[in-house]
Design a protein around this ligand. Structure first.
Ligand SMILES: *Cc1c(COP(=O)(O)O)cnc(C)c1O
Length: 227
């Protein structure tokens, strides 16, 4: 087994153990490999190890890697904050966008999604524990955003994404409650099945609370070097 395959297997085993412990099905939790700062060659090796979905935070960096990995079948997720002036390339080059917190962003992504591509999968980012950071909508705004975004023709609204403060596991439970409320209030938006939460240091707690997609960088690829 390569180091890449070994690391991936270790994370999958952790996910499986967390599922078992919480009486959940392993198939309900997807592993997203967060590959920001890592080279296209590293992604290629992780792909060879069996990983097909990758999450990137920086548009230019992601586009360069996509170019180099065109021969592979990869599901690309954008997990960074979405700026209004970046929606066009995002709509054209990604399969999923996790960080949408305003209607105008979703509207632009919908109108800029190329006709030959299937609807863009989208998660609403929620500032679940009231952090000062301006990323994420307020929990009380979720219902109205769901109502509005689910009308957009080229968007497939999939669920919620949260990044709570470290060690705030109560926030995971709050996110799960909000996620379930939408199902009830909006009579199950058809594809509403994704709760994107949990990273390297808290994936077990996130799975215990109901995460369906964990975003794992460091535990898979090692520490990031930003120099
Ligand atoms: C970088 C990043 C991750 C991965 O974090 P690790 O702690 O390295 O697993 C997950 N989600 C988002 C939104 C990120 O920016």
């Amino acid at each position: 087994m390569t180091d890449f395959a070994l690391k991936r297997q270790q994370i999958l085993s952790k996910i499986e153990a967390a599922c078992k412990k919480n009486a959940r099905k392993f198939e309900e939790v997807q592993l997203l490999a967060v590959s920001k700062t890592h080279t296209a060659d590293v992604l290629r090796q992780m792909h060879t190890a069996g990983q097909h979905s990758f999450g990137e935070n920086y548009l230019q960096e992601a586009l360069a890697k996509q170019e180099q990995l065109q021969d592979l079948s990869i599901e690309w997720h954008f997990i960074g904050h979405v700026q209004r002036n970046k929606t066009k390339p995002l709509a054209a080059h990604f399969d999923w966008i996790h960080g949408v917190d305003r209607l105008i962003i979703a509207e632009r992504l919908s109108s800029q999604r190329p006709d030959d591509l299937s609807p863009l999968n989208l998660c609403i980012q929620v500032n679940i524990d009231g952090q000062d950071s301006k990323d994420g909508c307020a929990p009380e705004d979720v219902s109205e955003l769901v109502q509005q975004i689910s009308q957009l023709p080229n968007i497939c609204l999939r669920g919620l994404m949260v990044i709570p403060k470290p060690d705030n596991t109560a926030a995971f439970t709050a996110a799960k409650t909000l996620f379930d409320q939408v199902k009830v209030q909006h009579a199950h938006p058809e594809h509403w099945n994704t709760l994107s939460m949990g990273m390297s240091s808290d994936l077990e707690e996130a799975i215990a609370a109901g995460s369906t997609l964990v975003r794992i960088g460091t535990a898979l690829f090692g520490a990031r070097d930003y120099s």
